[in-house]
Ligand binder design. Structure first.
Ligand SMILES: C[S@@+](CC[C@H](N)C(=O)[O-])C[C@H]1O[C@@H](n2cnc3c(N)ncnc32)[C@H](O)[C@@H]1O
Ligand SMILES: [Zn+2]
Length: 345
């Protein structure tokens, strides 16, 4: 925990006790399927005609999609013109995990993508395109339509491959810090896409780095975007983080409450944060604070190396208690993301 973070967790949560309990109840009801219907009445301000035209044009742009044959090829496909969410909505997320792993195949992740067409996108890439000596293929599941990193190597060969070289040092042999750190160029593309989406509407910016690890995302953003508030959490305190909450038991809502009470601290703000009838999402919306939840979910039971041990052969089905627990954590995370999207779609 950073030095200036003197308030113990219990003190902060006590301040929000009533609201926190309600938040968890709401999450539970989301899990029971009490979600609002896509397209139901929105509490957001109406979309301006200009932004709508921009969005519709964007809907027609091409995107890279995985080929049906399941290999790593990509073909160009027209993005279907589907209703997209209110452009003034300030809630975004990015989930990152290995492209060749199984997290993206969890039922909750597949339905998140399927139930929010033109809102949630699946975008793969590989770190070798961003200056890393090893390939590391990864996939982002995001709400950022203009986040389109270079498609993964080798189908789209990186500079080394184009020049006839093999990938250098393999990720598996790298240090944990290097293996887990997202290249600066990729973080920049992610944040630039977020700024393009919310930059004209938001008055303030908050990134919550939910599994901040060795701090590659947080530190890059703090250096390049000093105006953006970054709130970092990881169960292990390796870098300058704000919280060490275990996301198997704490919710994204708790993290948002803590982040808000860390950066918007006067008595009036704290009171309105805890008393807002729509909870912390309502307070953030009213304050026009754009939120990006960055979720580098632990891949210990999803990566290719882990599959033989943790998943039934050829499937995503868990066969160890660790895998069951990891799936439960990610289901809760995705349930909260759905709630955030339904809040204002
Ligand atoms: C893929 S790494 C994140 C890497 C990060 N993007 C970076 O730049 O270093 C996943 C992180 O999740 C953390 N983690 C694992 N289980 C957790 C849990 N239950 N709650 C919170 N953090 C957890 C690990 O300590 C690890 O740092
Ligand atoms: Zn490559």
């Amino acid at each position: 925990m950073s030095d200036d973070e003197t308030d113990p967790l219990q003190q902060i949560l006590a301040k929000h006790e009533t609201f926190h309990a309600r938040l968890l109840r709401e999450e539970a009801s989301t899990l029971e399927g009490k979600k609002r219907k896509h397209g139901s009445s929105s509490k957001c301000t109406p979309i301006s005609m200009h932004r709508k035209v921009e969005q519709e044009r964007d809907n027609e742009e091409v995107e890279q999609v995985e080929e049906k044959n399941g290999n790593d090829g990509f073909r160009q496909k027209k993005r279907r013109s589907l209703p997209s969410r209110d452009e003034t909505h300030l809630f975004d997320f990015s989930i990152e995990n290995p492209f060749d792993g199984k997290l993206k195949d969890l039922a909750c992740v597949r339905s998140l993508i399927a139930d929010f067409p033109n809102v949630v996108f699946e975008t793969p890439t590989s770190y070798c395109h961003y200056g890393y000596p090893y390939q590391k293929r990864t996939v982002f599941i995001t709400t950022l339509p203009t986040f389109r990193p270079t498609p993964p190597c080798p189908k789209r060969p990186c500079a080394a491959r184009q020049n006839g070289f093999k990938h250098g040092q393999q990720a598996a042999r790298s240090s944990s810090a290097q293996k887990n750190s997202i290249p600066n160029g990729l973080v920049d593309e992610l944040v630039d896409a977020w700024m393009r989406r919310v930059g004209k509407t938001a008055l303030q910016f908050l990134i919550v780095d939910v599994f901040s690890g060795w701090g590659s995302v947080s530190s890059r953003i703090q250096t390049r975007h000093p105006r953006v508030h970054v709130f970092s959490n990881d169960i292990v305190d390796r870098s300058n983080i704000n919280m060490t909450l275990d996301m198997r038991t704490f919710s994204l809502g708790s993290l948002l409450i803590l982040a808000a009470s860390r950066f918007w601290t006067d008595e009036d703000d704290l009171r309105r944060q805890s008393e807002h009838p729509d909870g912390i999402l309502g307070w953030l919306r009213d304050e026009k604070i754009a939120v990006l939840l960055h979720i580098s979910t632990p891949c210990e039971t999803y990566s290719t190396n882990a599959l033989a041990r943790h998943r039934k052969r050829g499937t995503v089905e868990p066969k160890t208690q660790e895998a069951v627990t990891a799936d439960a954590m990610n289901e809760r995370i995705v349930a909260y993301l759905r709630r955030g999207l339904n809040f204002c779609v």
